[in-house]
Design a protein around this ligand. Structure first.
Ligand SMILES: Nc1ncnc2c1ncn2[C@@H]1O[C@H](COP(=O)(O)OP(=O)(O)OP(=O)(O)O)[C@@H](O)[C@H]1O
Ligand SMILES: [Mg+2]
Length: 281
C-alpha cells in the first residue's frame, strides 16, 4: 500500500511584505516522481526551502512520514531522510569530485561512528579512570578508522559512477563543466541515502543533449533506488516527459495540479507561461 510521504498543509511564507508562498497544500505519495513548475519568482525554491528546514513557514504545517517537521532545522530534516540539490550549486570547488561525495557519505555513517567514539571515551566505559590505552589498542582503532575510510571511499565511487562521473573522480569539482557539477550535486544527495530527493532546477544551464541524459539519470535513479523524487523545473517539456504528477505554481500559489495532459491543457497554466493572449491562441 502506498502512503503519503510528504504533505504540505496550507503553508504560507512571507519575507517582509512579500508573500512567497500562498496557502500551498499538496501531497506526495511514497515512490512518486513528481514535478513543480512555474514562472520565475513563483515560489518553487521557497517550497523546497521550507520543506528542507532552511526557513520555517510563517503559517501552515509540513508533514514527512506522518511526522510534523514544520519546526525542524535543516540538519534535523536532513537526518530524517530529505536530501536536496540547490539551484545555485553548493559544491566544495577545490575538493575533488570524489571528496565532495565523501563528505556526504561520511555524514551517513557519522551517527554510529560518533556513538562508538563517545561510548569509547565515556568514563563509564573504562574500568579505571587512570587507564592508559596500549599501543595495540591504539593500532586497532587506527585500523578500524582506516577500514571505515576505505569503505566510505568505495561507496562514494559507486555514487559517482551512478551519475556517470567515475572518470572525473580526482578532478577538482570547481573545474568540472557545469552540467557535470549538477550531476555531482545529485551524487552527493544520493550518498545521504534519502527517502525523499528534492532537485531544484537540475537542468539549468545544460544543453539539450545533457538534459536528455539527465532525464535518464533522474528516472533511472528514481526506479533503481525506489526513491521518491520531487523536481523543480522551469522548462515544462522536461517535466512533462518524466513526471506523471505535476504541480504548477504562480505568485506563490498552486494554480494547477495533475498529469501532463491535464497540465498541458490547463488555461491557468498556459496564461501563467504565455500570458492571457497566448492562452487564447
Ligand atoms: N530569502 C528571501 N528574502 C526575500 N525574498 C525572498 C527570499 N527568497 C525568496 N524570496 C522572494 O520570494 C519569491 C519567490 O521566490 P522563489 O525563489 O521561491 O521563486 P522560484 O519559483 O524558485 O523562482 P525561479 O524560477 O526564478 O528560481 C520571489 O519574489 C523572491 O524574490
Ligand atoms: Mg527557484
Amino acid at each position: 500500500m502506498t502512503r503519503v510521504l510528504l504533505e504540505l498543509d496550507r503553508v504560507n511564507m512571507f519575507f517582509g511584505g512579500v508573500q512567497a508562498i500562498r496557502d500551498m497544500s499538496f501531497s506526495i505519495m511514497e515512490g512518486e516522481l513528481a514535478g513543480i513548475i512555474g514562472p520565475n519568482g513563483a515560489g518553487k525554491t521557497t517550497v523546497f526551502n521550507v520543506v528542507s528546514g532552511v526557513y520555517s513557514p510563517t503559517a501552515g504545517s509540513i508533514w514527512f512520514r506522518e511526522q510534523d517537521i514544520t519546526p525542524l532545522k535543516a540538519y534535523q530534516v536532513n537526518r530524517l531522510g530529505i536530501a536536496r540539490t540547490f539551484q545555485n550549486l553548493r559544491l566544495f570547488g577545490r575538493l575533488s569530485a570524489l571528496e565532495n561525495v565523501m563528505t556526504a557519505t561520511q555524514n551517513r555513517y557519522r551517527y554510529s561512528f560518533h556513538e562508538k567514539l563517545t561510548g569509547f571515551l565515556s568514563p563509564s566505559y573504562r574500568p579505571d579512570p587512570d587507564y592508559h590505552y596500549s599501543f595495540i589498542e591504539v593500532l586497532s582503532h587506527m585500523g578500524r578508522w582506516a577500514a571505515r575510510e576505505k569503505h566510505i571511499r568505495a561507496k562514494s565511487m559507486e555514487f559517482l559512477d551512478r551519475v556517470g562521473l567515475a572518470d572525473r573522480a580526482r578532478q577538482a569539482a570547481g573545474t568540472l563543466p557545469y552540467g557535470m557539477q549538477r550531476r555531482l550535486e545529485i551524487a552527493r544527495a544520493l550518498a545521504l541515502d534519502p527517502k525523499l530527493l528534492l532537485l531544484d532546477e537540475p537542468a539549468a544551464g545544460m544543453n539539450p543533449e545533457e538534459v536528455f541524459a539527465l532525464n535518464d539519470l533522474i528516472t533511472g535513479v528514481h526506479h533503481d533506488f525506489k526513491l521518491t523524487t520531487l523536481v523543480i523545473e522551469h522548462h515544462m517539456d522536461m517535466i512533462m516527459e518524466i513526471c506523471p504528477h505535476i504541480i504548477c505554481m504562480n505568485f506563490g500559489a498552486r494554480i494547477a495540479e495533475g498529469n501532463p495532459e491535464e497540465i498541458r491543457s490547463d488555461r491557468g497554466v498556459l496564461s501563467a507561461y504565455l500570458g492571457d493572449e497566448g492562452a487564447e491562441a
